[in-house]
Design a protein around this ligand. Structure first.
Ligand code: AMP
Length: 286
């Protein structure tokens, strides 16, 4: 596995691979890699001749009072995991390489980015869309792999790729969970041992609410109950909402495609999770 920092050098390598007819899979990450990331890398390695993993903690997608400086950086472990799971190129650009002096281009996907996490993180998805478009242009990948754990991110990027005719297929992959159901996240390491134990309540309450919706309980009845359950357990609920599975427009009745998405604060961590028609379909066909 080669390790390259320069975007231009990565792009040269990728253009050469495409000319040789070698398919490229791409897994963009912010590092501090865990089994969730590993599942994307392994899938890419199965489906493509070359697999690029990028590790870049993107300053553009962090708000002023968010955890950019504290975000975990574990390069040696990340390098080992990428190599073991079949990556052939690890791309580790610096902020100065990604955003050289004079950089000013911004990508915005305003409607999909506005609700849910967009309310408390107003600059987040603009930063994500901008960096991912640049990463995709450099990587020249046939396929790029994203986790449904970041559901709104998947929908923002799907909209962007469709709108701009980006010639990379987005492959949306199921959320990998800890044995107790907590979605794996680099930010789980912010939790104390006690908070970590409580954290499993979050996916449990979401699952219960999703089952109730399937069995005909109205959103007006079961959403406030689930939010209250989380508050009583000790979480601070940012949002818990039922939305259209692609546009993320509000849904007052349960129709498909749908997503039940939530964000909660627990100690220093902000946790997100969701259940969706898209994920259910992946489970059924697995
Ligand atoms: P991040 O490093 O958090 O930006 O995540 C990089 C990619 O890994 C994104 O596409 C995430 O959605 C995906 N990812 C993160 N956690 C998980 C997980 N638990 N299961 C599946 N994919 C994940």
């Amino acid at each position: 596995m080669r390790v390259i920092s320069s975007p231009h050098e990565v792009q040269r390598q990728c253009l050469a691979w495409r000319e040789q007819g070698r398919s490229i899979g791409f897994v963009p990450t912010m590092g501090a890699l865990h089994a969730g990331h590993a599942s994307l890398i392994e899938r890419s390695a199965r489906e493509n001749a070359e697999t690029i993993v990028s590790v870049f903690v993107n300053p553009l997608q962090f708000g002023a009072n968010e955890d950019l400086a504290a975000y975990p950086r574990t390069f040696e472990d990340d390098r080992r995991l990428c190599e073991e799971r079949g990556a052939t190129l690890l791309w580790t650009p610096t902020p100065a390489e990604m955003y050289p002096p004079g950089f000013q281009t911004q990508v915005s996907v305003p409607e999909v980015a506005a609700p849910l996490c967009g309310v408390s993180r107003p600059v987040h998805f603009g930063g994500v869309a901008t960096v991912v478009l640049k990463l995709l242009l450099v990587a020249q990948a046939n396929r790029a792999y994203f986790g449904l754990k970041d559901y709104q991110q998947c929908m923002v990027l799907s909209r962007m790729v469709a709108d701009l005719c980006v010639p990379t297929e987005l492959v949306l992959c199921p959320t990998v969970r800890e044995p107790d159901g907590l979605a794996m996240s680099s930010r789980n390491r912010y939790l104390t041992a006690q908070e970590r134990q409580l954290a499993a309540e979050f996916p449990r309450v979401l699952r219960e609410c999703w089952h109730e919706l399937h069995s005909g309980v109205t959103p007006a009845e079961c959403l406030p109950r689930a939010a209250n359950c989380l508050s009583v357990a000790g979480f601070r609920v940012d949002y818990l909402e039922l939305r259209h599975g692609e546009t993320l427009a509000p849904l007052s009745t349960f129709t498909h495609p749908a997503v039940l998405a939530a964000a909660v604060y627990l100690g220093k961590a902000r946790l997100i999770d969701n259940l969706s028609s898209v994920a259910d379909r992946l489970t059924r066909t697995a």
